[in-house]
Design a protein around this ligand. Structure first.
Ligand SMILES: C[S@@+](CC[C@H](N)C(=O)[O-])C[C@H]1O[C@@H](n2cnc3c(N)ncnc32)[C@H](O)[C@@H]1O
Length: 457
């Protein structure tokens, strides 16, 4: 049967896809249907046909899933943030487990045990970091919020079900100030205008807030800047620091290299598992602090440290995983590419009275082999927590050469994790994987995998 744009079909949804879409087959041809749930029967219209698959939209739901619910957000249908708000939360955890199992299957790793996803009791307002672009709408009004799905149109976002309420409220007030003081916002087409992004972080245990304004050019008048600092810090005693970040490049990378502190010291603190952490605006810090503790506890449990081990924390950010694991280890080494994060990590070791830790700036793929060769140090346990693209092959070859007894691999991208596990499989038994729901109601899922050296005595 040929499938063409605008054709209508009645289909059974046979699986859940990775982005909150349902999957149907028409004559064995895959059709992704946005907003459909496995088990549903729906009348759909084909909106796009590609060689290997097509996209359809729901015209009518004929048989409704028991897991379907009314989305609790006004902009849900347009927003590129959440994609699972039309589904019961507990069921979204099953979908995410299924996603992990599917990517493992594709790599021939379907024998690996995947545990149930560790979800949140209250999966709302969980994000400790707000990162909103500013722009102009079609009528040339200033807007601040989330990008529309698959576009750079900004949806005005005054409330968000996954954003910490305090930082959302601060963002709203900053935006009000920008509008009432006629500060221009960045236009991605003309490359003109000043304010590009508002980034706000809160330490949920300390209640300390950091605001970063990302500017296309450092051109806000001094007295307006002073007025702004006074206006916002008087309203919110929680604001500990305000930073201007200058980014004039025409790129999707949000932060530029230059930071100018307008107020406070340029950093805030937060606590994880009883350890205190200094966080600068250039450093990575997990965005769901409740689930970060769940994730780290799982990683530490998998490491099952006895106190005699040398541990490595690769892609360590501000040193959080290693520091949380360090009290049960002999020595901790961390490697991370961002210098500011390593400065924070060193400071974090100090403020937590950890004297057995050393942190190094560098790319893991270069620094790790260099460091091992130079110092002849053999790690017992390696924690790996790379960005979405996963580990570089050189890093994996190096680890396969130095054969630590255990590897605990934390990943925010199950597909690249599965690819990397396939390489580690040569020398490691992949014991199990526990997914953690760090990003409720979005398509993302974090995973923690335990690898043990084969035939290790
Ligand atoms: C997912 S974050 C994990 C950070 C930390 N483990 C945590 O839980 O907060 C990944 C980190 O890897 C760093 N990174 C990215 N590429 C790197 C590379 N090639 N070598 C070392 N670090 C890298 C990033 O700057 C970021 O801090």
């Amino acid at each position: 049967m040929s499938i063409n744009k605008n054709d209508e079909f009645i289909v059974n949804i046979i699986d859940d896809g990775i982005n909150g879409e349902g999957i149907a087959k028409i004559d064995n041809f895959t059709v992704f249907v946005k907003g459909a749930i496995k088990g549903e029967k729906a009348k759909i219209k084909i909106i796009k046909v590609l060689t290997s698959h097509a996209y359809g939209k729901i015209l009518e739901i004929i048989d409704r899933s028991v897991y379907r619910k009314n989305p609790d957000c006004d902009t849900y249908n347009r927003c590129g943030g959440c994609c699972l708000r039309h589904i019961d939360y507990e069921y979204t955890l099953k979908i995410k487990k299924n996603i992990v199992e599917n990517v493992l299957r594709k790599q021939g790793l379907d024998y690996i045990k995947v545990n149930d996803v560790l979800g949140m009791k209250k999966p709302y307002y969980y994000r400790n970091k707000l990162q909103y672009p500013l722009g102009l709408d079609k009528a040339n009004n200033k807007v601040m919020g989330v990008f529309e799905e698959r576009s750079h149109n900004v949806i005005n976002t005054e409330k968000c079900m996954i954003q910490n309420k305090l930082i959302q409220s601060i963002a709203n007030d900053i935006f009000t100030f920008i509008k009432s003081n006629n500060i221009s916002v960045y236009n991605e087409k003309s490359l003109k205008g000043i304010v590009r992004h508002i980034i706000i972080r809160v330490g949920i245990k300390t209640n300390e807030v950091m605001c970063t304004l990302v500017l296309n050019e450092d051109k806000i008048e001094k007295e307006v800047e002073e007025k702004f600092v006074e206006y916002i810090t008087k309203r919110y005693y929680q604001i500990k620091t305000i930073i201007k970040n200058i980014n004039s490049r025409n790129t999707n990378v949000i932060l530029g290299d230059k930071n100018i502190v307008l107020y406070g010291n340029g950093y805030i603190y937060d606590d994880i598992l009883g350890y205190k952490f200094k966080i600068s605006n250039m450093s990575f810090y997990q965005v769901n602090p409740v689930q970060t503790e769940v994730l780290y506890l799982k990683a530490i449990e998998y490491a099952s440290l006895k106190g005699e081990e040398t541990i490595f924390d690769l892609y360590c950010g501000i040193g959080t995983i290693g520091i949380c694991a360090s009290k049960n280890s002999k020595k901790l080494y961390g490697i991370e590419t961002i210098k500011e994060a390593i400065d924070d990590a060193r400071e974090n070791a100090k403020i937590n009275n950890i004297s057995n830790a050393e942190f190094f700036v560098g790319d893991v793929e270069k620094k790790l082999p260099e460091f091992i060769k130079k110092n002849n140090i053999k790690p017992d346990v390696i924690f790996i927590d790379p960005p979405r693209k996963g580990c570089d092959k050189t890093a994996i070859y190096t680890i396969l050469n130095i054969v630590p007894k255990k590897i605990v691999y934390v990943s925010c991208n199950p597909s690249t994790l599965a690819r990397d596990l396939k390489m580690f499989e040569e020398k490691y038994d992949i014991k199990e994987i526990t997914p953690v729901d760090m990003f409720p109601f979005t398509s993302h899922v974090e995973v923690c995998a335990l690898l043990e050296l084969k035939n290790y005595q």
